[in-house]
Design a protein around this ligand. Structure first.
Ligand code: MG
Length: 367
């Protein structure tokens, strides 16, 4: 009915067992570890992400499970990405795996009813025409479907999914020897505003060794300038469910102050060149890896400046552990570039686009 399972049942079951064992070990050992370190231990990133999403909206985020035909003839994987749209409205993108990217198999608009987010409607994909009744209640996304399969056979079945969090593997990456630490939560010594170069940075330092854009304070740029480098940076977009497009968690990371890697809450969207991970109006991400708002995300960026005789700069961007630009040529500046002196070094510039986006753990290795 839907795409074939791409991993073996054995591997799938093994990963579930590993997950359950790991969860058990963490649950037993974490409080001991935290207390034995006198509370100095880093927050577990999985716990941190789960709480941040749940506190914002318990329905929002990644769901994972399976569909099963009532007659037991077939079973397969199913995921959903639920986006909060404000005023009790939601959208759910359904697919067989997160890695399948865009477009989703089918999309259902949802709404709050009592204490449940309901997603009912017609799902038409790959010759199947189904009527789905589903909803999220008490931490489970479940429902039923009926209709006709591609071969014309009448089918019916159930879906069951649970919340899952996909964490970036480079969250909390430590600066290697020789790295320049640009921000570790302690101060803004490495930074200045792009417009007023005198005076202190007016952005806020916030809980969790992070900084937060202060609307209207202006963008900031590193005092140091760089040529070729590897940059690690963590960010999270605010929860702004009623906003859309460029007004939803917008900021940006400008390389050499000239090329913007967009920061935006584009969770559940296609992944265009003006959305999260896009090189603004130059290149869309190969896949949209944007996490839900309030979840910490990572950019690991390798930048090579234009050299005499070369056509331009090149960039590789890894977003939440997945390469979304692979040695992409940057043949022009993006809007908002600080200057056009492309053969000169430039700073790392973080954009004030009026939204309270946060950044943390920023470091760079010169190449
Ligand atoms: Mg931007």
């Amino acid at each position: 009915m839907v795409p074939q399972v791409k991993r073996s049942d054995v591997g799938y079951r093994f990963s579930i067992v590993v997950y359950k064992v790991t969860t058990f070990i963490l649950a037993v050992s974490l409080p001991v570890l935290v207390s034995s370190c006198g509370g100095l231990m880093e927050v577990d990133p999985l716990v941190e992400a789960k709480k941040a999403i749940e506190d914002s909206d318990p329905f929002m985020g990644d769901w994972q499970g399976s569909w099963t035909l009532d007659d037991g003839a077939d079973i397969g994987p199913l995921i959903a990405q639920v986006t909060a749209l404000g005023e009790g409205k939601y959208r759910a993108n359904f697919n067989a795996e997160f890695e399948y990217g865009w477009p989703p198999l089918y999309v259902l608009e949802g709404g709050l009813k009592d204490s449940e987010a309901q997603f009912d409607g017609r799902a038409e994909f790959e010759g199947n025409v189904l009527y789905v009744q589903s909803g999220i209640k008490e931490g489970k996304f479940s429902g039923k479907f009926r209709g006709s399969a591609a071969d014309g056979q009448a089918i019916s079945g159930i879906i069951v999914m649970e919340k899952t969090i996909r964490l970036s593997p480079t969250l909390g990456a430590k600066p290697p020897a020789g790295a320049i630490v640009l921000f570790n939560g302690k101060n803004f010594k490495q930074w200045q505003h792009t417009k007023k170069k005198s005076g202190s940075v007016k952005w806020a330092r916030v809980k969790g060794r992070a900084m937060e854009v202060r609307k209207g304070a202006g963008s900031i740029v590193t005092k140091k300038k760089f040529t070729d480098f590897k940059l690690h940076l963590e960010f999270r977009t605010p929860f702004m469910p009623e906003k859309s497009g460029q007004g939803r968690g917008n900021s940006g990371v400008y390389l050499q102050g000239r090329y913007e890697v967009q920061v935006l809450d584009s969770y559940g969207l296609e992944g265009k060149d003006n959305e999260c991970g896009g090189i603004y109006k130059i290149g869309p991400p190969l896949v949209n890896m944007c996490a839900p708002p309030m979840q910490w995300q990572t950019y690991d960026i390798t930048f090579h400046a234009p050299k005499p005789g070369s056509t331009g700069a090149t960039v590789t961007v890894v977003h939440n552990g997945v390469t979304i630009h692979d040695n992409l040529a940057l043949s022009k500046l993006t809007g908002g570039a600080l200057d056009g002196n492309v053969t000169e070094p430039g700073g790392i510039y973080l954009q004030d686009h009026g939204n309270p986006v946060q950044f943390r753990n920023i470091w760079l290795v010169e190449l």
